[in-house]
Design a protein around this ligand. Structure first.
Ligand code: GCV
Length: 659
């Protein structure tokens, strides 16, 4: 059957692949040489574009390749996913050893637009720096009584599941796969890492639902993964134990996995959250996390599958009075001693920071501490703690800082990682991501996963160009103005200097300074009348700072050398403490809260000035969300400032209104 480009449901935004983005390709004469399913995808895309813009596509060269403006050719000598693109004699040529590379080459030409068809250029090889570029969906099959259809989802319902059933909307899933491929994603996990009863069955009797999704993703070079519960044998009627060293349990997993591969021959593997926030795991049997991961790795190994084992393991039932436990230490304490014990097809999936996707955290010390373990670094595109897709918060600069961080002062995180993973921010919302501008996060994640050294600003420019292909300069500048600094703006009006949380418990939206202060979750700021922050130094605190290589341990150990933005993550400081930037701590808190709100006000103005430069519905949606962002930012400012004014008794040096 010839491949056709998926048709979007009525009213759904094409995001970064609107027809206009294909104008340069679609108006050319194109030759496609090669065969295979993904070459068919390339052909389908080119044919779709040409039907729109007047070009044409051939499969066999009529009068030699020089008669074509654009040639896609399968040629040996390239690695999987790699492609070369050059231009000579008036023909732009993309070569790769298979359809996967050609597909990435096609999207590369789309990004270049007219520039792809000018001048002469030697063939340049492009390859992803990171092999695994994955999105994890925290989608539930059955609506969860507390977490809903999508845990921490702010973009409507799941693209895959509704009310306990598969949605069966193959076109929309394929359209989503197309968007993901266009930014370089090559793997997805289709269900929540918190695996409840209904979802456990995806592994066995409901694997057909997963296979149907895999079929759509496969067309765009994306492998499908499944989150499974460690207790699956017990939950699904197998052995009465899930002990990873029990022969019956190992046999059960081997058989279950064999059946998965019968349905999905290119299945990517399992994602596992074990011994974490109530999920079952190997600790119940006195076994290590390496034992648990390796059992699943053994089941997947014959088929080339991988187990993604999450390192998000900590005590979520801590007594807030207990000052000897520091949640930030947990992942390192649990996993660093296991370095070298994980199977070759086990990947330890580590959140980029030691806590939980706060607006500012140091890079997790686990990254860099396990040289003999394959690591994937996990980001959160869904904006659980960064405005829940009601606030503009473009996370590219934050992710880029993490990827460029050098844990040992030599190799950057982006080069150490075997995989980069993000929790998806997409759903069945007409703009895919709730907030139309949150699309930029999804796109940026994919492109940074392809090239962790890329400048986030360059990636944003690409997204703006692709999303608004015919935009006047004023619109392009306006989009940059509201997105570029939005992460730092968000940081300015929320929890200060890396201390984190201060959010409403449960749903995590909006301020509540003491919301988690006397809770079991290990997320405290310890503010009193004299100061605030967590002493994580080795000398007087929890010792967390010493989990880093010497070069960073020394920097973080003292407030004199610790970067200001992490001052309260690492230190408990008096309000009068003078930060490296020159302000006292208390004045910095006041100033940045006021600045943050002023920046949101300015962004809202800029947005207002863009009316008439884009579809009215998109403009209106963002304008409406800016009202909420501004309301919420003012609430954050006033609650945080009032809280610290009341604790410290220190007035604002500039005499502004604090309640
Ligand atoms: C999927 C945080 C979130 C949870 C999430 C968890 C995780 O704690 O609040 O909703 O659970 O992280 O990453 O497993």
């Amino acid at each position: 059957m010839p491949f056709t480009v998926p048709v979007l449901p009525e009213g759904v935004d094409p995001a970064w692949l609107p027809p206009g983005a294909f104008r340069a390709v679609g108006s050319r004469r194109t030759l496609i040489q090669g065969s295979g399913p993904l070459v068919e995808t390339v052909h389908g895309e080119a044919a779709w574009a040409c039907a729109r813009f007047g070009g044409g596509v051939d499969r066999a060269a009529g009068s030699g390749t020089s008669a074509y403006d654009l040639v896609f050719r399968v040629e040996q000598g390239y690695r999987d996913e790699e492609f070369a693109c050059g231009r000579s004699g008036g023909t732009t040529v993309v070569t790769a050893s298979g359809g996967r590379g050609l597909l990435y080459g096609l999207f590369h030409v789309v990004r270049l637009g007219e520039d792809a068809f000018h001048g002469e250029r030697p063939a340049e090889v492009h390859r992803p720096a990171v092999a695994l570029r994955m999105l994890d969906h925290w989608d539930n099959v059955a609506v969860h009584p507390v977490m809903g259809q999508v845990e921490r989802g702010y973009a409507g319902g799941s693209l895959f599941w509704r009310d306990g059933r598969a949605r069966g909307e193959s076109e929309r899933v394929r359209a989503y796969a197309r968007l993901l491929a266009a930014c370089g994603i090559n793997a997805v996990a289709v269900n929540n890492v918190n695996v409840h009863e209904t979802e456990a069955h995806l592994l066995t009797d409901r694997i057909g639902d997963v296979a149907a999704l895999a079929e759509q993703f496969r067309a765009y070079g994306i492998r499908t993964h499944l989150s499974v519960t460690f207790a699956a044998p017990v939950v699904l009627g197998g052995p009465a134990t899930a002990d990873p060293l029990d022969a019956g349990v190992r046999g059960w997993w081997a058989e279950a996995t064999a059946r998965v591969y019968e349905s999905i021959p290119d299945f990517g593997g399992y994602v596992v959250k074990a011994d974490s926030e109530g999920q079952p795991g190997p600790f119940a049997y006195g076994r290590s996390h390496a034992d648990g991961a390796n059992m699943l790795a053994a089941a997947l190994e014959p088929y080339g599958g991988t187990v993604h084992w999450r390192a998000f393991v900590y005590d979520h039932r801590q007594d807030w009075r207990d000052r000897s436990t520091d949640r930030a230490r947990a992942a390192y304490d649990h996993f660093a001693p296991l370095d070298g014990e994980f199977a070759a097809n086990a990947v330890l999936q580590v959140k980029h920071g030691p806590m939980d996707f706060q607006v500012r955290e140091p890079v997790s010390p686990v990254i860099g501490a396990m040289p003999r373990t394959r690591l994937a670094v996990e980001f959160q595109a869904t904006q659980e703690y960064t405005g829940q897709q009601r606030h503009v918060c473009w996370l590219g600069p934050m992710w880029s800082e993490v990827l460029r961080f050098r844990p040992d002062a030599e190799t950057a995180v982006g080069a150490l990682a075997d995989g980069l993973v993000a929790v998806s921010n997409a759903g069945d919302d007409p703009y895919w991501t709730g907030h139309p501008l949150a699309q930029a996060n999804l796109y940026t994640f994919g492109r940074l996963a392809w090239d962790p050294g890329a400048g986030p600003g360059d990636v944003l420019r690409e997204w703006i160009g692709l999303t608004h292909p015919d935009a006047p300069e004023r619109l392009v500048d306006g989009l940059h103005a509201v997105l570029d600094g939005s992460w730092r703006t968000y940081e300015k009006y929320t929890a200060p200097l890396g201390v984190g949380f201060m959010v409403q418990p449960g749903h995590h939206y909006g301020p509540s300074v003491d919301g988690y202060e006397y809770s079991p979750w290990g997320t405290y700021h310890f503010a009193d009348r004299d100061g605030v922050g967590v002493d994580r130094s080795a000398a007087t605190g929890t010792g967390y700072a010493a989990q880093y290589a010497k070069v960073w341990a020394e920097v973080y150990e003292s407030p004199d050398t610790c970067p200001d933005e992490l001052a309260l993550f690492f230190h408990h400081l008096p309000y009068g403490h003078v930060l490296r930037g020159g302000s006292t701590l208390i004045q910095h808190i006041y100033d940045t809260r006021f600045e943050g709100v002023a920046e949101v006000e300015a962004a809202r103005e800029v947005w207002g000035s863009l009316a008439g430069l884009m579809e009215p519905a998109r403009h209106a949606r963002v304008a409406e969300l800016y009202e909420e962002q501004l309301r919420s930012a003012r609430e954050w400012r006033d609650q945080v400032n009032s809280y610290f004014f009341r604790k410290s008794g220190v007035p604002d040096a500039r005499g502004r209104r604090i309640y």
